[in-house]
Design a protein around this ligand. Structure first.
Ligand code: MLT
Length: 270
Protein backbone atom coordinates (compact mmCIF):
# COMPACT_ATOMS: atom_id res chain seq x y z
CA UNK A 1 0.00 0.00 0.00
CA UNK A 2 1.41 3.39 -1.00
CA UNK A 3 1.15 5.93 1.81
CA UNK A 4 -0.27 9.41 1.28
CA UNK A 5 1.02 12.67 2.73
CA UNK A 6 -0.98 15.58 4.09
CA UNK A 7 0.90 18.87 4.01
CA UNK A 8 -0.40 20.69 7.06
CA UNK A 9 0.49 24.11 8.42
CA UNK A 10 3.78 23.24 10.09
CA UNK A 11 4.45 19.62 9.18
CA UNK A 12 3.76 16.76 6.83
CA UNK A 13 1.92 13.69 8.05
CA UNK A 14 2.10 10.30 6.38
CA UNK A 15 -1.10 8.27 6.39
CA UNK A 16 -2.63 5.22 4.81
CA UNK A 17 -6.08 5.46 3.28
CA UNK A 18 -8.37 2.77 1.85
CA UNK A 19 -12.04 2.46 0.98
CA UNK A 20 -14.60 5.19 0.47
CA UNK A 21 -17.55 6.52 2.43
CA UNK A 22 -17.77 7.46 6.11
CA UNK A 23 -14.40 7.89 7.80
CA UNK A 24 -12.85 5.77 10.53
CA UNK A 25 -9.49 7.05 11.80
CA UNK A 26 -7.16 4.36 13.20
CA UNK A 27 -4.38 5.37 15.62
CA UNK A 28 -1.46 3.06 16.23
CA UNK A 29 0.26 1.73 19.34
CA UNK A 30 3.63 2.66 20.83
CA UNK A 31 6.27 2.28 19.37
CA UNK A 32 4.91 1.27 15.94
CA UNK A 33 3.51 3.33 13.05
CA UNK A 34 0.46 3.51 10.79
CA UNK A 35 1.79 0.35 9.12
CA UNK A 36 0.31 -1.51 12.09
CA UNK A 37 -3.12 -1.11 10.46
CA UNK A 38 -2.37 -2.76 7.10
CA UNK A 39 -4.50 -5.88 7.86
CA UNK A 40 -7.50 -3.59 8.45
CA UNK A 41 -6.75 -1.31 5.49
CA UNK A 42 -6.83 -4.36 3.22
CA UNK A 43 -10.34 -5.31 4.46
CA UNK A 44 -12.32 -2.09 4.67
CA UNK A 45 -16.07 -2.77 4.90
CA UNK A 46 -18.29 -1.29 2.15
CA UNK A 47 -19.38 2.29 2.86
CA UNK A 48 -16.30 3.09 4.95
CA UNK A 49 -12.97 4.80 4.44
CA UNK A 50 -10.15 3.92 6.84
CA UNK A 51 -7.47 6.57 7.47
CA UNK A 52 -4.42 5.56 9.52
CA UNK A 53 -1.91 8.37 10.23
CA UNK A 54 1.49 8.11 11.87
CA UNK A 55 1.37 9.66 15.32
CA UNK A 56 3.65 12.73 15.27
CA UNK A 57 7.28 11.63 15.06
CA UNK A 58 6.61 8.02 14.06
CA UNK A 59 7.50 6.91 10.59
CA UNK A 60 7.32 4.14 8.03
CA UNK A 61 9.63 3.07 5.26
CA UNK A 62 11.09 5.87 3.16
CA UNK A 63 9.48 8.72 5.03
CA UNK A 64 11.44 11.96 5.12
CA UNK A 65 12.10 13.07 8.67
CA UNK A 66 10.45 16.43 9.14
CA UNK A 67 8.77 16.44 12.50
CA UNK A 68 8.42 19.44 14.73
CA UNK A 69 7.15 19.84 18.27
CA UNK A 70 8.33 16.47 19.56
CA UNK A 71 9.66 18.04 22.77
CA UNK A 72 6.26 19.38 23.74
CA UNK A 73 3.95 16.58 22.56
CA UNK A 74 1.09 15.60 24.88
CA UNK A 75 -2.01 13.47 24.42
CA UNK A 76 -3.89 16.74 23.89
CA UNK A 77 -1.49 17.82 21.12
CA UNK A 78 -1.75 14.37 19.49
CA UNK A 79 -5.55 14.73 19.61
CA UNK A 80 -5.22 18.18 18.03
CA UNK A 81 -3.13 16.56 15.28
CA UNK A 82 -5.98 14.08 14.61
CA UNK A 83 -8.55 16.88 14.45
CA UNK A 84 -6.25 18.88 12.15
CA UNK A 85 -6.00 15.90 9.80
CA UNK A 86 -9.79 15.45 9.89
CA UNK A 87 -10.18 19.12 8.94
CA UNK A 88 -7.66 18.72 6.14
CA UNK A 89 -9.61 15.73 4.81
CA UNK A 90 -12.94 17.62 5.15
CA UNK A 91 -14.20 15.15 7.73
CA UNK A 92 -16.56 16.86 10.12
CA UNK A 93 -17.56 13.74 12.06
CA UNK A 94 -16.12 10.25 12.02
CA UNK A 95 -15.28 7.19 14.04
CA UNK A 96 -11.97 7.48 15.88
CA UNK A 97 -10.27 4.32 17.03
CA UNK A 98 -6.96 3.55 18.60
CA UNK A 99 -4.99 0.67 19.97
CA UNK A 100 -3.12 1.20 23.24
CA UNK A 101 -1.31 4.57 22.85
CA UNK A 102 -3.70 5.14 19.94
CA UNK A 103 -6.53 4.55 22.39
CA UNK A 104 -5.09 7.15 24.76
CA UNK A 105 -5.15 9.61 21.84
CA UNK A 106 -8.69 8.57 20.84
CA UNK A 107 -9.78 9.31 24.42
CA UNK A 108 -8.05 12.69 24.21
CA UNK A 109 -10.05 13.39 21.02
CA UNK A 110 -13.22 12.45 22.94
CA UNK A 111 -12.22 14.85 25.72
CA UNK A 112 -11.52 17.71 23.29
CA UNK A 113 -14.19 17.25 20.64
CA UNK A 114 -16.80 14.58 21.45
CA UNK A 115 -19.24 16.27 19.05
CA UNK A 116 -17.04 15.14 16.13
CA UNK A 117 -17.35 11.46 17.04
CA UNK A 118 -19.84 9.09 15.46
CA UNK A 119 -18.17 6.28 17.36
CA UNK A 120 -15.11 5.40 19.40
CA UNK A 121 -13.02 2.23 19.15
CA UNK A 122 -10.79 1.45 22.13
CA UNK A 123 -8.54 -1.54 21.50
CA UNK A 124 -6.08 -2.99 24.03
CA UNK A 125 -5.98 0.24 25.98
CA UNK A 126 -7.09 1.77 29.26
CA UNK A 127 -8.60 5.03 30.45
CA UNK A 128 -6.56 5.49 33.62
CA UNK A 129 -3.41 7.62 33.90
CA UNK A 130 -0.01 6.11 34.69
CA UNK A 131 0.68 5.12 38.29
CA UNK A 132 3.76 6.57 40.02
CA UNK A 133 5.53 3.30 39.27
CA UNK A 134 4.45 3.52 35.63
CA UNK A 135 5.80 7.08 35.36
CA UNK A 136 9.13 5.99 36.82
CA UNK A 137 9.23 3.20 34.23
CA UNK A 138 8.62 5.74 31.44
CA UNK A 139 11.50 7.89 32.70
CA UNK A 140 13.77 4.83 32.69
CA UNK A 141 12.72 3.98 29.14
CA UNK A 142 13.38 7.54 27.95
CA UNK A 143 16.90 7.27 29.39
CA UNK A 144 17.29 3.85 27.75
CA UNK A 145 16.27 4.96 24.25
CA UNK A 146 18.48 8.04 24.51
CA UNK A 147 21.47 5.95 25.60
CA UNK A 148 20.99 2.72 23.65
CA UNK A 149 18.71 3.55 20.72
CA UNK A 150 15.46 2.10 19.40
CA UNK A 151 16.73 -1.51 19.16
CA UNK A 152 16.92 -1.66 22.97
CA UNK A 153 13.28 -0.57 23.15
CA UNK A 154 12.30 -3.20 20.59
CA UNK A 155 14.09 -5.86 22.65
CA UNK A 156 12.21 -4.78 25.75
CA UNK A 157 8.80 -4.30 24.14
CA UNK A 158 8.28 -7.06 21.55
CA UNK A 159 7.91 -9.90 24.11
CA UNK A 160 5.24 -7.85 25.90
CA UNK A 161 3.45 -6.56 22.81
CA UNK A 162 2.75 -10.00 21.38
CA UNK A 163 0.78 -12.76 23.06
CA UNK A 164 2.22 -16.12 24.01
CA UNK A 165 0.40 -17.85 21.14
CA UNK A 166 1.77 -15.41 18.56
CA UNK A 167 5.30 -15.68 19.92
CA UNK A 168 5.08 -19.44 19.56
CA UNK A 169 3.14 -19.76 16.29
CA UNK A 170 3.84 -16.60 14.21
CA UNK A 171 7.62 -15.97 14.07
CA UNK A 172 7.21 -13.89 10.88
CA UNK A 173 4.88 -11.50 12.70
CA UNK A 174 7.33 -11.19 15.58
CA UNK A 175 9.98 -10.07 13.05
CA UNK A 176 7.55 -7.78 11.21
CA UNK A 177 6.66 -5.94 14.42
CA UNK A 178 10.35 -5.54 15.22
CA UNK A 179 10.95 -4.12 11.73
CA UNK A 180 8.14 -1.56 12.14
CA UNK A 181 9.57 -0.47 15.51
CA UNK A 182 13.14 -0.13 14.18
CA UNK A 183 12.06 2.40 11.52
CA UNK A 184 11.38 4.91 14.29
CA UNK A 185 13.81 7.41 15.73
CA UNK A 186 14.89 7.73 19.38
CA UNK A 187 13.40 11.25 19.37
CA UNK A 188 9.94 9.94 18.40
CA UNK A 189 10.07 7.14 20.96
CA UNK A 190 11.17 9.49 23.76
CA UNK A 191 8.52 12.03 22.80
CA UNK A 192 5.72 9.43 22.92
CA UNK A 193 6.94 8.12 26.28
CA UNK A 194 6.82 11.67 27.65
CA UNK A 195 3.29 12.19 26.34
CA UNK A 196 2.06 8.88 27.78
CA UNK A 197 3.74 9.60 31.12
CA UNK A 198 1.85 12.87 31.56
CA UNK A 199 -1.51 11.82 30.15
CA UNK A 200 -4.48 12.69 32.35
CA UNK A 201 -7.00 10.23 33.74
CA UNK A 202 -9.67 9.74 31.05
CA UNK A 203 -12.09 7.71 33.19
CA UNK A 204 -14.32 10.80 33.69
CA UNK A 205 -14.53 11.20 29.89
CA UNK A 206 -16.11 7.74 29.47
CA UNK A 207 -19.34 8.39 31.35
CA UNK A 208 -20.09 11.52 29.32
CA UNK A 209 -19.73 9.86 25.93
CA UNK A 210 -22.98 9.63 24.02
CA UNK A 211 -21.61 7.99 20.86
CA UNK A 212 -21.40 4.19 20.57
CA UNK A 213 -18.12 2.63 21.62
CA UNK A 214 -16.40 -0.64 20.81
CA UNK A 215 -13.94 -2.04 23.36
CA UNK A 216 -11.69 -4.79 21.99
CA UNK A 217 -8.97 -6.71 23.80
CA UNK A 218 -6.71 -9.64 23.06
CA UNK A 219 -7.31 -12.44 25.57
CA UNK A 220 -3.53 -12.78 26.05
CA UNK A 221 -2.80 -9.04 26.41
CA UNK A 222 -0.36 -8.61 29.32
CA UNK A 223 0.19 -4.84 28.91
CA UNK A 224 -3.46 -3.78 29.11
CA UNK A 225 -5.13 -7.02 30.23
CA UNK A 226 -8.83 -7.77 29.64
CA UNK A 227 -9.63 -6.41 33.13
CA UNK A 228 -8.68 -2.90 31.90
CA UNK A 229 -11.13 -3.27 29.01
CA UNK A 230 -13.85 -4.56 31.33
CA UNK A 231 -13.38 -1.49 33.54
CA UNK A 232 -13.70 0.86 30.54
CA UNK A 233 -16.74 -0.98 29.21
CA UNK A 234 -18.46 -0.76 32.61
CA UNK A 235 -18.05 3.03 32.56
CA UNK A 236 -19.24 3.59 28.96
CA UNK A 237 -22.95 4.32 28.40
CA UNK A 238 -23.23 2.66 24.94
CA UNK A 239 -20.71 -0.10 24.50
CA UNK A 240 -20.03 -3.30 22.58
CA UNK A 241 -17.18 -5.53 23.70
CA UNK A 242 -15.08 -8.16 21.97
CA UNK A 243 -12.34 -10.39 23.37
CA UNK A 244 -10.01 -11.73 20.67
CA UNK A 245 -8.85 -15.28 21.44
CA UNK A 246 -5.19 -16.23 21.05
CA UNK A 247 -4.12 -12.60 20.65
CA UNK A 248 -1.99 -10.38 22.86
CA UNK A 249 -1.66 -6.59 23.01
CA UNK A 250 -1.41 -6.09 19.23
CA UNK A 251 -4.71 -7.90 18.67
CA UNK A 252 -5.35 -6.32 15.25
CA UNK A 253 -2.10 -7.76 13.91
CA UNK A 254 -2.13 -11.05 15.77
CA UNK A 255 -5.69 -12.10 14.93
CA UNK A 256 -6.80 -9.81 12.08
CA UNK A 257 -9.80 -11.92 11.03
CA UNK A 258 -11.43 -11.81 14.46
CA UNK A 259 -10.47 -8.14 14.95
CA UNK A 260 -11.87 -7.16 11.54
CA UNK A 261 -15.08 -9.03 12.22
CA UNK A 262 -15.65 -7.18 15.50
CA UNK A 263 -14.83 -3.82 13.88
CA UNK A 264 -17.00 -4.46 10.81
CA UNK A 265 -19.99 -5.53 12.92
CA UNK A 266 -19.63 -2.43 15.07
CA UNK A 267 -19.38 -0.09 12.08
CA UNK A 268 -22.38 -1.72 10.38
CA UNK A 269 -24.55 -0.70 13.36
CA UNK A 270 -23.64 2.99 13.61
C1 MLT B 1 1.30 0.77 23.48
O1 MLT B 1 1.19 -0.36 23.01
O2 MLT B 1 0.91 1.77 22.85
C2 MLT B 1 1.94 0.93 24.82
O3 MLT B 1 2.16 -0.31 25.39
C3 MLT B 1 1.11 1.78 25.72
C4 MLT B 1 1.75 2.05 27.02
O4 MLT B 1 2.97 1.84 27.17
O5 MLT B 1 1.06 2.51 27.94
Amino acid sequence: MTPKHAHLLNRTVRYHEAGSGRTCILLHAFPLSADQWLPQLHRVPPGWRFVAPDVRGFRGMGQAYQDVGLDTATMASHAADVLQLMNHLDVDRGVVGGLSMGGYIALAVARAAASRLDGLVLADTKATADSDEGRAGRAAMIAKVQAEGVAAIADAMVPKLLGATTQRAQPDLVEAVRTIILRNTPEAVASALGAMKTRPDSVPVLAGLTCPALVICGAEDVLTPPADSEAMAAALPAVTTAVIPQAGHLSNLEAPLAFNQALTEFLSRI
